[in-house]
Design a protein around this ligand. Structure first.
Ligand SMILES: [Zn+2]
Length: 284
């Protein structure tokens, strides 16, 4: 499942190709993904000019004249950008052709499992959309973002939200109403870096622990976003699939392996249906 850094990598790849360009071709190959595609989608896109490509949590927001096109990659969605008409692959559901007058690009949305979605709303109504209105602040600031993404999480906010929650810190961090866009992988990694057990109750994460947690979350995401950017430059094949890259993880998926800090075996436990990976020695 693409997590925030991968979604940000897709956004960062789409932005230079789409911003200021006109969508000269729209090919919608099925009526639905996870939900029916908006009936206005073709008209919302066709021959319209893109003003910016932003992101809120894991939702890419493409501003097309007065509309905001929302793109969620779901479990298996990916995007390809090519400078020539691509050969159609299985599960290519939407293909756009964009032109800025000098260059033409083809943007293809592929999603085998179709848990992703595309929606279209008036730009003015974006923050009231059901998938947006409940979201907490963003975990990291992105420099070239033009979308007003709402607040960035800070320590006073985090302290206050932690103090009010009796959930395990792991579940607290996955709750999109507390902080938007965090997924299982980066929550496990951030808790490891901060030396906090995933089982610890959120309201007991305070003082020095909370002060370690915030930069741990931000650094783990920023490093992954940087890595995504690097993977983008390293694999600039015209048909490159965006949305996935290899990440260097210290605990996620490594149960039984030895902790890199203390050589204790990494443990895996299930919390609210999601597996938590942690070092029982370093994380308290
Ligand atoms: Zn350890």
């Amino acid at each position: 499942m693409p997590e925030l850094p991968e979604v940000e990598t897709v956004r960062a790849a789409l932005a230079p190709v789409m911003t200021g360009a006109r969508i000269v071709g729209v090919d919608i190959r099925r009526p639905d993904l996870r939900w029916p595609l908006p009936s206005s989608l073709y008209d919302d896109l066709h021959n319209k000019k893109v003003s910016f490509v932003g992101r809120r949590a894991k939702i890419i927001v493409i501003a097309v004249e007065e509309k905001a096109i929302m793109l969620h990659l779901g479990m298996s969605g990916s995007v390809r950008i090519s400078s020539h008409k691509p050969n159609a692959k299985p599960h290519d559901h939407i293909e756009l052709q964009v032109s800025n007058g000098q260059e033409t690009h083809y943007i293809t949305l592929n999603d085998p499992r179709r848990f992703g979605y595309v929606d279209s709303v008036l730009l003015d109504d974006l923050s009231a959309h059901p998938s947006m209105s409940q979201l907490g602040p963003e975990p990291v600031a992105i420099e070239d973002q033009t979308l007003q993404v709402g607040d960035i999480v800070d320590l006073p906010y985090l302290n206050q939200a932690l103090a009010q929650s009796k959930s395990p810190i792991k579940s607290f961090l996955l709750d999109q109403r507390q902080i938007a866009g965090l997924g299982n992988i980066y929550v496990c990694e951030a808790l490891h870096r901060a030396g906090i057990s995933p089982k610890r109750k959120a309201y007991t994460v305070k003082g020095a622990r909370a002060a370690r947690l915030l930069p741990a979350i931000q650094k783990v995401l920023e490093e992954a976003i940087l890595q995504g950017g690097t993977s983008l430059r390293d694999h600039k094949q015209p048909d490159g699939k965006l949305g996935y890259f290899v990440q260097s993880l210290l605990v996620y998926g490594r149960d039984g392996e030895l902790c890199t800090s203390c050589k204790t075996p990494i443990k895996a436990i299930v919390q609210s249906g999601r597996t938590s990976f942690y070092c029982p020695q370093c994380q308290r």
